[in-house]
Write a protein that binds this ligand. Structure first.
Ligand SMILES: Nc1nc2c(ncn2[C@@H]2O[C@H](COP(=O)(O)OP(=O)(O)O)[C@@H](O)[C@H]2O)c(=O)[nH]1
Ligand SMILES: [Mg+2]
Length: 217
């Protein structure tokens, strides 16, 4: 990745590639590496955030037309941290909450998202992405409650930070923190604000910052 800005000297993304996409859980390949899921309302900026994390403009297809991603897509990141290479799979879940979709179609998504989050072995964490300007909506709330019910502590990201004037950012973040009662990472996929902080959390939850001793079976 010569020529790419080094955001975090302790961590480099070496490579990122699309691994698999599926519209049913049974179609997904078995997990190989640690996985972190990304969830959020349609158009919240989920795909842009994944692209920004891996410093690729078009790894994940983004869209100005809401509700385009109906599948679960897995992207494998090869990274180097403290001289060690590691892999992490980033899972782009279907966006929820798109009102213009048929009820039947919307109903089909709940089980897909919830099924993945509750049944996927190897899942280390779930990033829930909120639009900083909108705050937590009803369907975000439902997802957060679901995650709590299955014992996953969500990593909350408030994206599109650049869309707020500087003077409104701090109050918006504080309001969101109060609303959800947990830490929130402000992010902009345009400027890369929040990228280091989010990577840190991702490496923590996937235990890549603390490699486990390899045990022989
Ligand atoms: N200004 C700004 N626009 C963003 C940001 N993230 C996403 N967008 C825009 O929001 C729209 C939806 O983004 P996308 O990543 O496709 O959302 P997804 O449906 O959640 O995957 C696109 O037009 C993006 O360019 C951000 O951090 N800042
Ligand atoms: Mg998307």
């Amino acid at each position: 990745m010569t020529g790419q800005p080094r955001y975090n000297p302790a961590m480099d993304v070496l490579d990122a590639e699309f691994i698999a996409g599926a519209t049913a859980l049974a179609q997904l390949p078995a997990p190989t590496f640690a996985e972190v899921a990304f969830a959020g309302r349609s158009n919240v900026g989920k795909s842009s955030l994944i692209n920004n994390l891996v410093l690729r403009k078009k790894l994940v297809r983004t869209s100005s037309a809401p509700g385009c991603t109906r599948a679960i897509n897995i992207f494998r990141v090869r990274l180097r941290t403290d001289g060690e290479e590691a892999h992490l799979d980033l899972v782009d879940l279907p966006g929820y909450g798109y009102a213009q979709r048929s009820k039947a179609e919307r109903k089909a998504w709940g089980p897909l998202i919830e099924g993945f989050l509750s049944e996927r072995p190897g899942l280390r964490g779930a990033v829930v992405i909120i639009d900083i300007r909108r705050g937590v909506q009803d369907d975000d709330e439902q997802l957060l409650e679901f995650l709590e019910s299955i014992g996953i502590a969500p990593i909350l990201v408030a994206t599109k930070l650049d869309k707020l004037p500087t003077s409104k950012r701090k109050p918006a973040i504080a309001k969101l923190r109060n609303q959800v009662g947990r830490p929130v990472t402000p992010y902009s996929s345009i400027t890369g604000d929040g990228r280091d902080a989010l990577w840190k959390r991702l490496l923590q939850v996937s235990s890549i910052d603390r490699p486990e001793p390899t045990s022989q079976p």
